[in-house]
Design a protein around this ligand. Sequence first.
Ligand code: ADP
Ligand code: MG
Length: 295
Amino acid sequence: MTVAAHSETRRYAYEPDVRRLRSAAPTRGADELALSNQKGGVAKTTTVVSLGAAFAEQGLRVLLVDLDAQSSLTFALGIDPDDVEVSVHDVVAGDATVSEAVVEAADGLCVLPSSIELSAVERVLLTRTQREFVLREALAEVRDAYDVVILDCSPSLGVLTLNALVAADEVLVPLQCEMLSHRGVGQLLDTIADVQKLVNPDLVIRGVLPTMFDARVTHQRAILADVKERYDVPVLEPAIPRSVRFAEAPAAGRSVLSTARTSKGAAAYREVAAGLLRAWRIRPGRRSRSRRATS
Ligand code: ADP
Ligand code: MG
C-alpha cells in the first residue's frame, strides 16, 4: 500500500495556500529534517537531541528547533524555558529573526528555543498570511549557517507541525514499538501525503525509526514487521534500544552521547546518524560537503 492511499482522514484544519508554492524560499543549504508523530512520548525529542549530538560529533553545524510548547528540547539542552528571551514564538510571530533567537547549547549544538508562549502560536499563525510558509521563510535566513537543521514537532498535527513539514526536506517518524502506538502513523502519513501534494512536493519520508526497542519482546518485532508491510515506508536501522540512560540525560542538560558515551543507545544513534549522512552524501568530519542527494 502506498502512502497516498491513506488519504481519508485529513486532520489539520488549515488549507495550505497553493499559490505560494513556486515563490517560496528555495530549499538550498542545510538539510532540514522534521521529526513528527502525533503521539507523545515516542522519543521525538530524545531523537532530535541524540541525532543532533551525533552530527555535531562529526563536525557538522547543527541547529535544533523546538516547536513544542512543552519546551522539552529546550530544557533537555540545559536551557530554562522561563529564561528564554527570544523564542521560536517571536520568530513565528514575525517579531524576531532566527539568528536573533538562536542560543548555543551543550554538545556543540545550537537551538532555537521554545517558551511557554508557544502555546499561543497557533492563534498567532492564523493571523499571518501564507501561514504554513512562515517557518520555512524564517529559516531561509540561516540555511547557509548550518549543515543540518532538525525540527522537533509537538504531538499535535496543527499549523505549527504543518509549518515544520513545509520547511523540511525530509521527515523522520520515531515509533515506539508498542501495541497501539503505530496507529497514528497512518494518520501522519496522510498528512505528509497532503503536504507533498499541496505545498512541499519534494518532502521525502526518510523513514520510521523504532525507539525504546527491546528485541527480546516478541511482539515488538511483530509490530515492526507489521509497520514495514502496512505503511510501505523504510524502517531505519538500527532500532534504538530501551535504556534508562535516556531518562538521565535531560536532567544533565546534555545528550546521551555525552552523559553515557559508550552506551548502546548512544552507539545506536551514532549509527543512525551515519546512515543519514551517507544518504545525504555528507562526508563526516567536514563542514563542506557535496550537494545533497535528492532522495
Ligand atoms: P516525545 O518527544 O516523543 O514526547 P521524549 O523524547 O520526550 O518523547 O521521550 C519520552 C520519555 O521516554 C522521556 O522520559 C525519555 O527520557 C524516554 N526515552 C526516550 N528514549 C528512550 C529509550 N530509548 N529508552 C528508554 N527511555 C527512553
Ligand atoms: Mg517531545
